[in-house]
Design a binder for this molecule. Sequence first.
Ligand code: GLN
Length: 487
Amino acid sequence: MYPLDLTKITISEARTLLDRGEVSSVELAKEYIDRIRNLEKSIDAFVTVTEDQALLDAGQADKRIHDGTQSNLTGIPMQLKDNICYSGIPTTCSSKMLENFVPPFDATVSRTLKNENAILLGKGNLDEFAMGSSTENSALKSTKNPWNIDRVPGGSSGGPAAAVAASECMFSLGSDTGGSIRQPAALCGVVGMKPTYGLVSRFGLVAFASSLDQIGPLTKTVEDSALVLQSIAGHDSRDSTSLDVKIPDYVSNLGTDLRGFRIGVPKEYFIDGIDLEIKKSVLKAIDVLEGLGAEVKDVSLPHTKYALAVYYIIAPSEASANLSRYDGVKYGFSERDAETMWEGLENTRSKGFGPEVKRRIMLGAYALSAGYYDAFYLKAQKVRTLIRQEFEEVFETVDVLAMPTSPTTAFRIGDKMDDPLQMYLNDIFTIPANIAGIPSISVPAGLVGGLPVGLQFMAGALQEPNLFRAAYAFEQSTDWHKQTPPL
Ligand code: GLN
């Protein structure tokens, strides 16, 4: 028998054990299902657990491995954020509006994972419609941080980040509109990666802000992140913003030598308000990178300070348009039993959406309304262009940028719920990458008061290999990714 706790291994380790026949996919799935049963009472990372289907699918995966026709993720137990459609399994977006919605189709990423015979263990909790930074906006449950269950896991992919940190799945897919993969990854001490806009198909991802949303992996290691991205990246004709580019080999280019590699440290990401211990951890991490041969230099991105403001015009504007489809007519929550059509619509939307979603819809509708469109939406789009151009210029002089992922470690549950602005500020360092459409990754880089700290890298559009190179070199020369929460 294998001498390991199977829930503590990485995808690449599991691949070896599965391919050698030392463990079966069914055994692997059972270990995870047991762990989910034991831990969910305290973590609440899942909104749906699909254990029966998981065991059936694992049986199929074992056949495939036996036949020698497996691929990278065959038999690997995983979770999907509950805004990614998987045919026949509820996709709630952690909203009362979609509590009973069962999609009759697969998201492209779900289809890809099914084709590889990856094993779905269930769906991960999120802030309602992915709007939030703590997963407290979920209408279904509040996920706890595995490092300290009085703390939030971050958000909106709090369920996926907590599930990976608590070893309730080997990887999860999240979505990142303004930081929703990277910020919870940082707060839970795992690796979270947002690809270049358009690299991974958005088909079947329930839309929040379509020009910003991207799906990406949450994993325990950088190598696993590269492995999952390798599977899900690629052109999809069902997503009109999908990029038709050749996908490089992300995995075999990983290495630890950073000689000749240029890392920029933008001063705008080390501002007042950032937890000083986080700043220290990140600066120490940059020293480690320099020790590996990287050439580190100070850079400046002066338009960064507008990114949060631009985001809170563009994201709510797109959200208000995307969410107009929830009218209670074809699917989802409905309370249309009223005197007039308008009353029915009002009942449906006022009872189906929670307070943060309503706040976003109102902000967006206001910014798009006649007379305000030029002042807010159009202006925000112009500043967005400036932010993007500024990144393009800086990536002519450096290969990646290094900075903190979040200005704080995991905060207490309840602490920021009465103050939306404080909550919004938690994404101040992640949002610029979405505004510019560039890839970015967060890796574990320390513990402060027993809570994880994230080191973030950003690279130019389609420069994921640079991102993985920096992240992998750092990870391999430190052991922060080997620390596990005291569960
Ligand atoms: N926390 C940010 C927001 O509330 C980002 C969310 C996300 O990336 N989905 O909008």
